[in-house]
Every structure is written in C-alpha cells, then in structure tokens.
Write a protein that binds this ligand. Structure first.
Ligand SMILES: [Zn+2]
Length: 61
C-alpha cells in the first residue's frame, strides 16, 4: 500500500496523461504531486495525524 508523503492519505493515484518517462503520483486529498510515496503505514498514520492537526486549516476536510 502506498501513501502520500505530505498528508499520509492513501488516496493517491497514478497521474496519467503525463509523459511516460515520469512516475508521477497525485494525491486526491492534498494535491501532492511527485514520484515519492511512502509505503510505511505507521509513518503514514503519523503524517496523517500531524497534517490534520496542523496544516488542516488550509483545507476543510
Ligand atoms: Zn496528500
């Protein structure tokens, strides 16, 4: 399972329509775009908690 490194969400999906040379993922929750994802669910949970607690102001969930 893969998670967004920015918000810890599992709502990440392959950003299709981009040049196939790039492995770009996109996060549905925070809009993160990049090649890096995390696969550690414990770490993802921590990031998720921090994201919702702190930077959650940016976006109402
Ligand atoms: Zn995210």
């Amino acid at each position: 399972m893969k998670f967004c490194p920015k918000c810890g969400s599992a709502e990440v999906y392959w950003a299709s329509g981009l040049p196939q040379l790039w492995s770009i993922w996109e996060c549905k929750d925070c809009g993160y775009r990049g090649a890096l994802l995390i696969e550690d669910s414990e770490l993802a949970t921590k990031i998720r908690e921090r994201y919702l607690k702190g930077d959650g102001k940016e976006k109402a969930i």
